[in-house]
Each structure stands twice: as structure tokens, then as C-alpha cells.
Design a protein around this ligand. Sequence first.
Ligand code: BGC
Length: 753
Amino acid sequence: MKLDIPFLLRNLTLEEKAGLCSGRNFWWTKAVERLGLPTVMVSDGPHGLRKQDSEGDHLGMSESVEAVCFPTGAALAASFDRELTGRLGRLIGREGRAEKLHTVLGPAINIKRSPLCGRNFEYLSEDPFLAGELSAAFVSEVQSQNVGVCVKHYAANNQEYRRMSTDTVVSERALREIYLAAFEKTVKEARPWSLMCAYNLINGTYCCENSWLLDDVLRKEWGFDGIVMTDWGAMNDRVRSLRAGLNLEMPSSRGHNDKKIVAAVEQGELEIAELDRRVEELLHWIEKGLSDEPAVSGYDREAHHAVAREAAAECAVLLKNDNGLLPLSKTADVVFIGSFAASPRYQGGGSSYINAFKVSNAVEAAKGTADITYEPGWQPDGETGDPSLLDKAVKSASKAAAAVVFAGLPDSYESEGYDRTHLNMPACQNELIAAVCAVQPNTIVVLHTGSPVVMPWLDKVPAILNMYLGGQAVGEASVDLLFGDSAPAGRLAETFPHRLEDTPCYLNFPGDGRKVTYAEDVFVGYRWYDSRSMDVTFPFGFGLSYTDFSICNPKLSSDSFDGTGTLNITVNVTNIGPCAGKHVVQLYVAPPVDGKTPRPAHELRGFEKVELAPGETKCVSFLLDKRSFAYFEESIGDWRIESGVYTIQLGSSSRDLPLSATVQVRGSALPLLWSESLTVGDIIAAGRSDALGSALDRMQQVFGAKAASRNFAGSQGMFDALADGLPVHSMASFIDVEYDFEEAIRRNLENNL
Ligand code: BGC
């Protein structure tokens, strides 16, 4: 259905226009019935629908309609699978359509800066390339169903502590390379209908009124043509935010802010044209969801559940499998231990909490597959120990052929609204796992957690299967994997560190309550651990399968690249193990070893997931472009490639990259601009030694003579270092000539710029 937008803009009153800039209630926009403008509904996302027909809330407390809970973001990212992510997006879009939603509030793509962030289970990855690729796939497919998305939370909202008021102090480079990059890719490739601005401030300005964020970068640079709505309650100054590019305040401020808009226009503080622009964008957004196609009634919930089951298995990461303990034989005498086996933790708390229409558990799911017994092992909350339950579980484990302990984080440990303070699982769970291992060598731990945990029992347990928070079908998927009806195909989208103290922002998380400083800059996740060669428990990209793979024969379309067009890389991957499986071939780019700019050891720039039968080989190909080699150079406010020899690394995790090839990349020199801290070294590096005239030679002579008189052997190295760091304004102190070198050099440079 088309809206006559020029007509509406001509006929809406000032009050009506201002009114459209905030919600009618928790989930609905305002209608203007006299002009035929309908109201539309938005609902949480991201891994299923939380549609509330009656009382609304933003923390998942009140009832919502029954829906399908797909694997959470943390699990989905571990699939490293664009097709699967898109498929789930399509189903969520279809459900949204059946529920008559205009927009689904997701995906949530904030970067995992610290494993402590309470909402990490909803977010995708510590890596912006992976997060961006998956987010773009998800968004395109939701929107293919004529339902919009709202990509959130824009931006740099990476903790729950004081999430509504903390000032994120961060460099532009870290923003561009780490925190904005996934949003950028999603906007450019998938054209989301809307974005949700985050609660926090960035470098002193609330996201909702940050014109650099909402207008300069989002609209002008990236070409975003949708609307920006606030996170629920993330409004500070309504007039400033409108001017900055914020269209819709959600849910509303009960009319107070609408009145401020009206007053600002009446008092000449806000041009009516500015209000019109925001309203026009809103009308276009509303129009996008007004489909002429016949309404979809209902959807096949069981069919969606079946996909949720397949997806949960695809997302599972096999972290350890000594001596091929998994898969288990269906005829073996197996005991399932741990209350999560009967009542899995499959999603997290808060606004993403879905009223799943059914939830499968492993104990029930195993019926018909294997003859298992079950022992709860600890209290149903997963948090409280019980000696008698522990004893019974250990006794059963000692008699069985294998024990599977379902463990992980209870609900109270991670949720929207608050962060974790440690990486531990409940002590009762750790004790039980250790006790079971002591009597049963074939112990498998199945993890239900939304984020990394430390595992004091790691060396004692031969097999660990991480199901993450795998959605409502996680019980069936666990059984499918444990008994070999499907094969684990996930890879970690985040690093599992040894200790909290090792994490990149350990000293700067979560800040002092007023601000949080991102001192680690671009060194987030594996960019930190790998650049520092730190030992980790499980690296980024890691995950086993029930088979093995090898890669060989990397080929580059060229051994040089000038930053334009693309560079093609191919590599062969072979299944060298006994059964079918999926491998994720990962490509990282390492900067030149002699590069001047501090950069991570390497960065993920490509990944491809392939399914292979035993003995089968496939050729996988990657395309690299300028951005694959570039970093964000703040002095020019742009992406820049530093010239040099880059290394393309290929393998199966950030720590297992057996193949590499080099490419000579031609980048651009930094423009030489006059500044008070310009040094002799900067001038030489820019190829402008001419601007120094005879100054350097003169200095060298004076210095050389002094060094010779003392017979000082290290003199040249010392001179080079001195010259390199010597500000032009200090040169006169070391040159015995009468005229003003600073002035002369400055003139020389400016003449030639
Ligand atoms: C969350 C958003 C959510 C909104 C509406 C906020 O608290 O941060 O992600 O979409 O509530 O429930």
C-alpha cells in the first residue's frame, strides 16, 4: 500500500508531526486516522518474537505470545554460516508477518568487548567481520518477508552496568574498525529499515543526539535511508536528538517530548524543515511495512521447531573429544547428569526472552534413541548443591559406560540488565563434574552457557560439547550430536580465556559508573590475545568435528595488490576423516612486519563453511578488497592501506593457520601536514627530505664530529633515533647556523603540499 507522503506532510499539523516522533505505547506507533495514516507494531527479536498483546515491558517480565525460540546470537554466530543465519532470519520474518508486525527489534550486533557483558548471549561475536557478515545475511532474509528489522544497539554499548548513562570513551579508530564495522556492513549490504540507537554516550554525547553517529556516518557516509529509533527510554534532549537524526522515541515520554518539539518550532529554535525531514523518513518507514499482499495467517510452528533443532546442532561447538569419545554408541549404558538435562538453559533473560511454544530436553529426547538413565546431580536451579543428589549421580556414573554432565550458567548468572563479575560456573557444578570424572573416565560435559566460562576440570574431562544457549530445540539437538545423528559444525565466535585477568579490558571494565575507557583500543578479542601471543583455553574460530580436514594448495590471483578491485584466493579443503562433516576455512590478513601503524597480529577477513563427504575435496575461494588490508587513519579521517608485504593466513582458528602466502600491497603515503609536533623522521618517511635543505647534513656533521672525538661506536644509531624523533621546532638547538630552520622548513613544506 502506498502512502501519499507529500499530501500527509502538507496536511499534518505541527502537533501531529511532533506526535509521530514518539510511540503510542510500548510497541505501537501513533496513527493519524483523519488522514488515513495507520499505526504499526514493533516487537523484540532477535532470536524469535516477543510479541506482547497486553501489558508491555522491556525486560521480558510480562507475558508474550507463544513463539519459536531459535538459537541465541552467541550460538548462531558459532555456526559461521551465512545461509543458516539467513534461513532463521527468513523464518523469523515469516513469523513476524503472521503476527502482523511491522518491525522485529533485532539483530543485536554489539561487539563482545568483555566476556562479562550480561547480554553477550544475544550478541554475535568479538569480531566485527563475522558479526557483519551474519547480520547482513539475517537482515536481508527477514526483510525479504516484508517485515523490517531494527539493528541494535548503535553503538558502543558493550556492557550492562550503567548501560543507560555511561560515557564510552573510545578512539574513532576503534569505533570504525571494531564497534561500527558490523553496522556499516549491514547498512551497506542489507539496507535495514531501521536502527536502534543505544542508551549510552560516546565521547561525551548521548547516542540519541550524536549527529556524527546518526547523520554524518550513518546517513551521509553509509547511505542509510531508514529511520533511527531510540532504545526503550534512551532519550535525552528531544530537540537535539531530532536535529541529530533521531526519528522515533520509544516507547514515549507521555507527550512531554512531543510538546518540546512543538515549542522549539514555535520559538524558532527548530526549523520546520528539520522536523519535516524526520517525519518524512518515518512515513517512508511506515509505508515499507504496509503490504498489499494477502495477510499471512499463522505459520507452521512444528516446521520452525525442526529448523531450530537443526540450527542448534549446526551451532554447537565440540571443544574437546579425546580418543573420539563422541559420538556415543546408542547401545551403550549412558547416564545423563545435571538438572539442565531435564530442563535445559536455552535462552537468556531480558527483552529477548521468548515464550517458547515448546522446549525439548535431552532426557526426553533420548527416549527412542538410547537407553539412558538420569540423575539431577544438583538442585534444579543449577546453582545449589545437594550432597545426596551428588552422591547418587556419582554412584550411577561409576556403573555406566559413559556419563554426560549437562552443566553451565544458571539464569541468575547472566542476563540483560547486569554483567557477570567472574567467569566461574557454580561451585556445585564444578564439584560434581570433578567427582564424576574421578569415577568415570568416559565423562562428557555438555555446556549451556551464553558466554565463556573457566573450566577447572578441563584436563580431567575427555569431551566437551558447547551447546551455548541453543534455543528451544536444544535438548533434541544435544542428543542428535551425542549419539551421532548429526555432527557438530560450530566454531567459536569468541575466545575462551584462561582467566578474567587475561581479558583485553580487564582493567577498564565496566568503568567507574560515569565513564568507561576503551583503553585496549582495537585490540579486542583475539586481536588482543594473538598480538600478545597469550595462551588461551580455546581460541577464536576453534571447533572440532567428528571427522578431520586438511587444506592445501593456496593460490592468489596475483602476488601484488594496489588497493583497487579485488584479490582472489583459493584453497583446497579435503575431508580426511571417517565421516561427513562441515569445515570452516578461515582467512586472516597479517599486516607488514615493518609497518609503522600499531595493528593486530592478524584479522579475520574471510570464512567459508563447506560440507564434505569422507575423502571429498572442494575448492574454497575468498575475495579480498581494499578494506581487507586497510585500517582507519584518524589523521585523514579515512581508511588507509600502508604499503608493504601482507601475509594471507589460512586455517581453522586464529591459532591454527598452517597455510600462508604473501602479497605486496601498494597503499598510500600519509599526507605531510605541518604541525607543531612534526619531526624530522616524519618528513623523511614521507619522502620529503628535500624540505630539510641542508639542515640534516649540518646536524650530522656536528654530531659526527663530537662522536668521533669521543670514539663513540653507537653514534650513527643514536643520531638516526635523534633525528627521527626530533621535532622541527627543536632543530635549532642542535644546529650551529644562524637562520630560522623551522620557518624555512615550514615554508618548504607548505609550498609543496
Ligand atoms: C533493550 C532493547 C529492546 C527494548 C525493547 C531495551 O531494554 O535494550 O534491546 O529491544 O528494550 O524491549
